[in-house]
Design a protein around this ligand. Structure first.
Ligand code: SF4
Length: 377
């Protein structure tokens, strides 16, 4: 598996076994520039060939202008990727981990904890295997991207390489809860990416409650590091603020946000909570969102209400989770069957059928499990 590969320059065998895992420079050093160019053309310009894939599309859920792809990885775990169609093009929300260690209370992705990091190849293939043209990439799917720092940065280098996809760096957005050490590293990268900080609180106690595993990062250092990134790169950054009525919409929250961000190169994105199993946060209605937006604007801030997409197919922010991964009990399979993806189209009155469909789709794994059991006996 790619993420267990040993460090050091890749060998020809490693490149041939998992070609999406390597940058052009790594491939060129091993095979020479001409052969590397030809391989990158095959991988990124000639369409996808199953022999180069290390993951497959297992299910596709279509709900209006949002499509959710469930990918099966080589070790049997599943991840989810969302494609949102907008007037300005397609935005793809990419995952960086199986599970997540941060455990935000409003988010389904972290509810079973962290399972493993995704390799660069597994990140890159989420874009390459899609059947759609991608205009923007946001690292906002399952997992905290900066806790998988090296693989995140490597995958960005692969995606932007002019011999391959040649994806504009400006069209890539990394959204993070802001681990301070990694923010400092990111500040020093020569990458013109967009940056979003998921803040969601203005005091330590509230942030600790919302993000239980970020306690060791003081909220003030997180904000300071994010602003320092903005200044160093001379870029507008986005602060994502999920409105939780009664928790983070107090007068003191408005004051503190104003103190931190007034006059800075910052846009506040006000988010509406998308229902998961969390009972502690109530979904605000439109009036509450608009009222809070006006209070922030009166405090001198630039604010946008972010429209929530993909709720019907559990593809909105905080809803990505793969039931297959529950309890770290994924099936093991060295060469997963190349199954054709099952496409689930949800009509307007079938919002809740996703679960039933997922249950039905669990049986292929039961087959793997039974096989393992037989081997053991
Ligand atoms: S919101 Fe992001 S960081 Fe928080 S648990 Fe979900 S995936 Fe992890």
């Amino acid at each position: 598996m790619a993420n267990k590969e040993k460090m050091g320059p890749p060998t020809l065998e490693m490149i041939q076994g998992n070609p999406y895992n390597y940058t052009f420079d790594e491939v060129a050093k091993c095979m020479g520039e001409e052969r590397a160019k030809s391989l990158f053309k095959t991988l990124y310009k000639n369409g996808v060939s199953p022999k180069n894939q290390t993951m497959t599309i297992k299910d596709i859920y279509v709900g209006g202008d949002t499509t959710k792809y469930a990918f099966e990885l080589q070790d049997g775990y599943c991840i989810e990727t969302v494609c949102i169609k907008r007037r300005t093009g397609n935005t793809v929300c990419v995952s960086t981990m199986v599970g997540c260690p941060v455990g935000c209370i409003f988010c389904a992705s972290g509810k079973n904890g962290f399972i493993r990091n995704l390799s660069p190849a597994e990140i890159v293939q989420q874009i390459v295997l899609l059947k759609e043209r991608v205009n923007r990439i946001v690292f906002m799917g399952m997992g905290e991207p900066l806790f998988n720092y090296d693989n995140l940065i490597k995958s960005i280098h692969i995606l932007r390489d002019r011999n391959g996809l040649n994806f504009p760096t400006d069209g890539i957005n990394v959204s993070t809860v802001g681990p301070v050490e990694q923010l400092k590293r990111l500040r020093e990268e020569h990458l013109k990416i967009q940056f979003t900080l998921s803040l969601h609180a203005t005091d330590q106690a509230t942030r600790n409650m919302i993000m239980p595993h970020m306690k060791s990062n003081s909220i003030h250092s997180v904000v300071e590091a994010a602003l320092s990134y903005s200044e160093r790169h001379n870029r507008k950054i986005t602060i994502a603020y999920l409105l939780a009525p009664g928790i983070n919409d107090r007068a003191s929250d408005v004051r503190q946000l104003g103190k931190w961000f007034r006059g800075k190169n910052v846009l506040i994105n006000l988010l509406q909570y998308n229902e998961t199993a969390c009972k502690r946060i109530k979904r605000p209605n439109k009036q509450q969102l608009v009222a809070f937006k006006i209070r922030l604007e009166e405090a001198g801030l630039e604010v946008k209400l972010r429209e929530s997409r993909g709720n019907r197919i559990k593809a909105a922010c905080g809803q990505l989770v793969s039931d297959y991964n529950k309890g770290n009990d994924a099936p093991t399979s060295d060469s997963p069957e190349k199954m054709s993806p099952v496409i689930h189209k949800l009509s307007d009155n079938k919002a809740d059928t996703t679960r039933g469909i997922r249950k039905e789709k669990r049986h292929p794994f039961a087959k793997h499990k039974a096989k393992r059991k037989r081997k053991k006996n």
